[in-house]
Design a protein around this ligand. Sequence first.
Ligand code: PRE
Length: 127
Amino acid sequence: MHDQVIDPTEPTASCPACGRAHAADELRVPLPSAASVGTLGEARTAIDGLDAALATLLERRAEIAAVVQRLKPVGGHAGRDPGRERQIVEAMAARAPSLGADRLARIMTAVIEAGLDAAADAAEAPR
Ligand SMILES: O=C(O)C(=O)C[C@]1(C(=O)O)C=C[C@@H](O)C=C1
């Protein structure tokens, strides 16, 4: 899958995830529709592909969130910003209406807290 940026202008020969050529710092994900999956196996294959993309995005999000913690005057759990978290959830709710803001808030609270925990662990780890 795509990881570090080498040269964003240089297309990969063939992406192992989608089979097409595109810049190495892009994630292109097939988006199977619910209507396109008819069997349990097809549905699980579709979920596995989406989860692989989600994991890639979550890993990259945690890396960026760790940078934010170093840039803020007060980082980590002590620097939680509920207003910013609400803004994130509201923006996501516009893209995920069937989940809605309340369920997305549960998801994003877990994502944000996991990111803060990972950043704290990385900051404590010997270099
Ligand atoms: O934007 C910030 O201030 C962050 O620290 C990042 C982040 C996030 O992971 O998105 C984490 C904690 C805050 O409560 C809000 C958002």
